[in-house]
Design a protein around this ligand. Sequence first.
Ligand code: 15L
Length: 269
Amino acid sequence: MKKILITGSGGMIGKVLREGLRNQYELIRCLDISDQEAASAKEEVIKCDLRDVDGLNKAMHGIDCVIHLAGVSVEDSWEKILPANIEGCYNAFSIAQQNNVKRFIFASSNHAVGFHRRERFIDTDVQTRPDGRYGVSKVFGEALGRLYADKYGVQVACLRIGSFRPNNKPADIRQLNTWISHRDMIGLTKACIDHPGFHYEIIYGVSNNLRNRFDNTPVKHMGYRPVDNAEDFRDEVYKNSPKEDPVSELFHGAMYCPMEFVGNTDAIE
Ligand code: 15L
């Protein structure tokens, strides 16, 4: 994998990956809807909306591996999720395939499985249980990935990212489980880019946290070996962590679960 395209390279994770992968590949093409830092050596910068088919065609041309981060990254209205995370995600997969892109790394989220009970360890084979419209869009992206792997032979890795923070520290007690450090996010992405070959994989994007409840055992062969541990921030977190909402604390997806919630928590196995 020599020529890499990062979509959403101007976002929170995108900026860290752009910096962390710099000069390690023949080309890193950085695509974002907003203005970005000018290109340095071995980089190209493109301003493009995910609904601009011609623009995406140019961006995908000659690329070996796409890292697809672009889209809405939090729970939001359907009017915002639909164009960015449904239509945009479809465009990214389909235009990549039409341009013979060999590998596609999709930024999924723990919110694709957010309604699993937090007391349980979950591995990469559990059923999807989205905790909102954002989570549904990530399940959609994972399903598209499955289709493009099985039908079109694109190698697809879906990263169910936990809590990636701009200040590189866990913010609350739940994040002692879900946190991923910047170094581990770069390591996870590199493991997927540099892997000799795979078909379709789902990997949890969490650090080597003492309280981790996301089990990557089935995907050990992907070579992701996280090194950071959220527990190192334990004292700071306990000093500042607010009390969690009673619905939030039951589930992996936390704060997204109580939003608009009128269900029955006892019925959610
Ligand atoms: C995510 O997928 C979101 O992008 C981020 O805003 C957080 O909500 C994070 O998950 C999390 O679960 O902490």
